[in-house]
Ligand binder design. Structure first.
Ligand SMILES: Cc1ncc(COP(=O)(O)O)c(C=O)c1O
Length: 391
């Protein structure tokens, strides 16, 4: 049963009073209501999202991998709950603030995948560890073990982050892995669960073979770190990592026992272009940014209300999905506007155009709410609780 407008308004709190959200709420559940959502809007096709979530859950189960989807893609408790209900063992968060926002909504099984620094952040991690049923955090330096232990009120579960090729965070080699393991083992307040090896630079490599070779090389580094941690007396039960693009290679390599994909639930142009018809790319475009043609006077193009503030800008250009605009190129036209080349057929002011964004995570982070639709019906509006929570 879809929720009623009052229930949704109660959940949205002060956001429900914003006129554009209140207007959408008035149409909730009505046929055609998806076509009346004020734009630009982040619209999730719920059936497609659920099929993506079910497909990844089935593939992970078949490969014997625990699935811990990365919530940085959506930052939304309602969507995290659907992933957990479909079999995920927990979620990942990129930052403490993201974890705090989702924890406040009742998400209790969280791995923070980025190391943090400083005693204030250690205290925040300690608070999450003391209040959540299952909180874990990645660390990559012996000092982090000391900081966390000093803040701990209850045992804190840690995962040693290993640099498997991205060189963003993580211990750089087996000797550093052993040093962090020794620092963790010296602290009775910490529990060493295992390792993380995330190759972000492999995810969008074109060609399944290229991704498989990169994963194979990176897993050698991870295996060396695991051996060093074990030699230092540490246990390594959890081996977590991976993303949407490397799922097949991760499963084939058999080193990870937990995977952290995020984008698969929505998809974007960057992944579509890299993965083509590879099985890793067999997910539907479940999230779109819907815009409206607000000016149609120019002979060669029309102007839509979605510009630099509606989409992330570092990936491929957004692509219109509405069949009427098939093949029409989009360009950013300033902060608030986009230029869309005209199709052959006439375009009316007020026409709506759905776009597949270039890069999904930073695009969805621009929206306070997601509009959930089934066919042409708006069935729910949910808060993006961790929007902007990158602290
Ligand atoms: C540590 C970590 N794990 C997993 C992911 C998920 O990757 P994807 O969205 O490509 O599936 C990310 C994304 O940036 C990440 O940083």
């Amino acid at each position: 049963m879809p929720p009623g407008a009052q229930e949704v308004a109660d959940r949205l709190g002060p956001l429900a009073a914003r006129p554009h959200i209140a207007a959408a709420l008035q149409t909730l559940g009505e046929p055609g209501s998806a076509q009346a959502i004020p734009t630009p809007a982040a619209v999730i096709d719920l059936a497609a999202f659920d099929r993506n979530v079910a497909q990844m859950a089935a593939r992970a189960a078949q490969a014997g991998l625990a699935l811990r989807p990365h919530a940085k893609s959506h930052k939304c408790a309602a969507l995290a709950r659907r992933q957990l209900a479909a079999g995920a063992v927990g979620v990942c968060c990129a930052k403490l603030a993201e974890a705090e926002a989702l924890a406040a909504e009742g998400i209790g099984r969280i791995l923070v995948t980025s190391p943090v620094a400083g005693s204030l952040n250690a205290a925040r991690a300690a608070h999450l560890a003391a209040t959540l049923p299952d909180f874990r955090i990645a660390i990559d330096h012996p000092d982090a073990a000391a900081e966390l232990a000093a803040a701990a009120r209850t045992p804190i579960q840690v995962i040693i982050d290993v640099d498997v090729g991205l060189s963003r965070t993580g211990v750089h080699d087996a000797a550093q892995a052993a040093a962090v393991a020794r620092a963790v083992l010296a602290q009775p307040a910490l529990r060493l669960l295992g390792v993380q090896g995330y190759g972000g630079n492999w995810q969008h490599m074109e060609g399944a073979n290229a991704r498989a070779s990169a994963v194979a090389a990176g897993m050698e580094t991870l295996l060396a770190a695991i051996a060093a941690i074990r030699a230092a007396g540490g246990t390594v039960d959890v081996v977590t990592g991976g993303g949407t693009g490397t799922f097949a290679a991760d499963a084939a390599q058999g080193v990870l026992n937990e995977v952290q994909p995020g984008s698969y639930a929505f998809m974007d142009r960057e992944y579509r272009e890299a993965l083509g018809s590879d099985p890793e790319g067999a997910y539907e475009q479940a999230a779109t940014i819907v815009s409206t043609v607000i000016s149609a006077n120019h002979p060669r193009w029309v102007t839509v209300d979605a510009g630099l503030k509606a989409f992330s800008t570092e990936g491929p250009m957004p692509v219109p999905l509405s069949p009427r605009f098939a093949g029409c190129a989009y360009r950013f036209f300033g902060d608030e506007h986009g230029l869309l080349m005209r199709p052959e057929a006439a375009v009316a002011r007020g026409e709506r155009v759905a776009f597949a964004p270039g890069h999904i995570d930073p695009t969805l982070d621009r929206y306070d709410v997601f509009h959930l639709v089934e066919d042409d019906v708006l069935v729910d509006i949910v808060r993006v609780e961790a929007r902007g929570a990158s602290q």
